[in-house]
Design a protein around this ligand. Sequence first.
Ligand code: AMP
Length: 124
Amino acid sequence: MPIDPKAPYDPNNIFAKILRGEIPCTKVYEDEWAFAFEDINPQAEVHTLVLPKGAYVSWDDFSANASNAEIAGLVRAVGLVAREKGLVEPGYRLLANVGENGGQEVPHLHVHIFGGQRLGRMIA
Ligand code: AMP
């Protein structure tokens, strides 16, 4: 069910539980600011999710309310994970779904990294 990107943060969303270690995941990366794991239902050969550790519902919430350090931390983590997965030279795609039209399902900001194959142009 699509989420409201301006709704208050729900600490019981599934990614909050993953961040707290209450639900297992295939962890890829973690630092002070960000956490990355493999998508449970991959849509490409590589499909990894990168989250800020802070409680932000969406890109809208994060871009308006996160500190510069949190924003830098997430952006650097996304780049680092893509580099570590060897995606830079062949290329990759980033996606952050926001709200109903964006099809966002989990109300904790996450950036999708897609790669490992030719992805076609933009959205289908
Ligand atoms: P979005 O539509 O941008 O909110 O994407 C949510 C993504 O989270 C989807 O690609 C799901 O496959 C993925 N997902 C949902 N639950 C889990 C989980 N427990 N572990 C890993 N990925 C998940």
